[in-house]
Design a protein around this ligand. Structure first.
Ligand SMILES: [Fe+2]
Length: 212
């Protein structure tokens, strides 16, 4: 499935956060340790097992429950609308969640992260903006968008997230998606607006192409 996990850190503050740590938790914690950083916790772009852990196709993925066990101070930032599903999937203690909403921010030293609620793939899907970087989870991939045929997905919300929220960001914003599904691991909002068929499209046009 080629999931991406990301490490967002502030070197001066000596702090970091992991984004979507589902696989190889020990390996990810080793990377944090090798950089001499203190782990504040994790951000979940949305509550799906391949991003947060849980059971998927009968396979157990260690994910956040393992991370919170190995890092007892760590907390998990998740959008309010996916928090309950995340607890159901991973079994993590709800008291260790930081429930966030659209445009909430989180600071690590001088670095400020902003959460953008981008529902559609799931009700609480969100993107994380860090300077010029945008971590898009399963909302926007290079050349594609996330699935909207899943039990909790909502096509109209996905169209709005792509065309009303993400398309308004500056063209030079660098996109870091949740999976390697396109021809390259990253892109920019400008590039996606030019070449991704899910952006710069009316809802009716989009829906007819999808057959939704
Ligand atoms: Fe997903």
């Amino acid at each position: 499935m080629a999931n991406f996990a990301y490490l967002l850190g502030d070197a001066a503050a000596g702090e970091c956060l992991l984004v979507d740590p589902a696989w190889d938790i020990r390996g990810l914690l080793q990377i944090v340790e090798d950089r001499g950083l203190r782990l504040r916790g994790a951000i979940a772009t949305h509550a799906h097992a391949d991003h947060v852990g849980g059971r998927l196709f009968g396979i157990g993925i260690e994910g956040l429950s393992r991370l919170l066990e190995l890092a007892p101070e760590a907390r998990v930032w998740v959008h309010d609308a996916d928090a309950e599903e995340l607890v159901k999937l991973t079994g993590v203690d709800p008291n260790r969640l930081e429930r966030v909403h659209h445009r909430d921010t989180l600071s690590m030293g001088e670095t400020q992260l902003e959460f953008l609620h981008t529902p559609g793939h799931t009700p609480g899907a969100m993107c994380v903006k860090a300077g010029d970087a945008l971590l898009t989870g399963d909302t926007l991939f290079v050349g594609e968008c996330g699935r909207i045929d899943l039990p909790r997905s909502e096509p109209l919300k996905m169209w709005e997230s792509l065309n009303r929220t993400l398309a308004l960001l500056p063209d030079e914003t660098v996109v870091y998606p949740g999976h390697l599904y396109g021809p390259a691991p990253t892109s920019t909002i400008g590039q996606e607006k030019r070449s991704n068929p899910n952006l710069n499209v009316s809802f009716d046009e989009w829906r007819s192409v999808l057959g939704a």
